[in-house]
Ligand binder design. Structure first.
Ligand code: NAD
Length: 357
């Protein structure tokens, strides 16, 4: 059977960048079956739910999901289940996508796009692994109360050992394919969940004697990310710390338009692990329809998909090297400088590189 990819372009720049990623995939893996389905605002506008049944069914059958982005200004302020973003919430929940993996790379020639000094970010290549389905965003009780006439609110940070073990294994497995170094981030001087986190990660580390583990408090990690980000290889952390630090790390690369991500689930199949792959950015309504969005994040998300869900390391590397060479040739989209290529012209340059190698 042909490997099947569920392609969910979504809203705003989603369809513009995903189209280019699919063109790139077609060069590297012409055997893939890429089937497209509506999601988010695109589905709502057609009178369907944000995640239509047929779209969910396609995802069920697929080896992986290539996702664009969801979100349209006309739905701002509506309750979550009436907004485009609800589709992503459902996909994460129903496919148990517990591991969010975000590589942050500064390509040669793009050092000047960062707000940090080029000598700090030059050659940066680290990955943040964030626990995505537990912690303070989901723990109960989670509510607002009035106690003795005073308004108060509570959120609960809660972790179970198996949740920590499985995310730690994602980080250690990934580190083995890179520079064999994991930094686990917590707040063990204050939080009980962090004390459990550190104990469990240390225990899992014993299964990986070839990988170096160190621990960092989250406040120190936030500082080190802007002081000396190249010290990091793989960083692993709980949900809220990951939410914050992964956005901080994203800024090191200069443009949000270059950064891919994977959300990995518990499901595996013969070729690899099921996952959802998407640019880290949103639907960018300010530039949607102009044909100027940077397609790099979507193209690199497709490379991650090949590596992790289809076990195709060679295909992934081919795409990553073509993107790297395209930047080295001086091609830029509008978010990275001038003269700027259009979305399609940039992808054409990547494809030309692929065809010449
Ligand atoms: P955004 O990431 O869409 O845009 C932030 C800024 O980055 C904008 O100026 C945009 O033009 C720029 N940008 C983003 N991607 C780019 C690209 N590929 N090339 C060039 N520039 C790019 O964030 P936002 O404006 O806060 O959110 C817009 C919508 O997206 C909202 O509805 C939000 O809920 C949604 N959203 C969706 C996801 C997702 O689908 N995973 C993630 C974040 C936000």
């Amino acid at each position: 059977m042909k490997p099947t990819i569920a392609v969910l372009p979504g809203d705003g720049i989603g369809p513009e960048v995903v189209r280019e990623a699919v063109r790139v995939l077609a060069i590297v893996r012409p055997d893939l079956e890429c089937s497209e389905a509506p999601v988010g605002g695109a589905a709502l506008r057609a009178g369907l739910p944000a995640l239509p049944d047929a779209t969910r069914a396609l995802c069920e059958r697929a080896d992986a999901i290539l996702f664009g982005s969801v979100g349209l200004p006309e739905y701002d302020g509506k309750p979550l289940d009436a907004r485009p973003e609800y589709a992503l919430f459902l996909l994460r929940r129903d496919f148990e996508l517990f591991a969010n993996v975000r590589p942050v790379r500064v390509f040669s020639g793009l050092e000047f796009a960062s707000t940090l000094k080029p000598e700090i970010v030059s050659g940066l290549d680290c990955t943040i692994v964030r626990e995505l389905t537990g912690g303070i965003y989901y723990g109960q009780p989670k509510e607002q109360r009035v106690v003795d006439g005073v308004e108060c609110a509570v959120d609960t940070m809660y972790y179970r050992t198996p949740e920590i073990e499985r995310i730690a294994r994602v980080a250690f497995d990934l580190a083995r394919t890179r520079r064999s170094h994991v930094t686990s981030v917590d707040k063990q001087n204050i939080l009980e969940t962090s004390r459990l986190w550190r104990r469990v990660v240390t225990r899992v580390a014993a299964e990986y004697p070839d990988v170096r583990l160190d621990h960092l408090l989250v406040d120190t990690a936030a500082m080190q990310l802007v002081r000396n980000p190249r010290a990091f290889d793989v960083m692993v952390m709980e949900n809220m710390f990951g939410d914050i630090l992964s956005d901080e790390a994203a800024m090191l690369a200069g443009s949000i338009g270059t950064l891919p991500s994977a959300s990995l689930g518990t499901r595996t199949h013969a070729r690899g692990r099921f996952g959802l792959y998407e640019p880290i950015s949103g639907s960018a309504p300010d530039i949607a329809g102009k044909g100027i969005a940077n397609p790099t994040a979507a193209i690199l998300s497709a490379a991650m998909l090949l590596r992790t869900s289809l076990g195709d390391e060679a295909g992934a590397l081919r795409i990553e090297r073509a993107v790297e060479a395209t930047f080295a040739d001086g091609a830029r989209t509008v978010d990275l400088g001038t003269p700027a290529s259009s979305t399609t012209a940039f992808a054409d340059a990547v494809i030309a590189r692929l065809q010449s190698t």
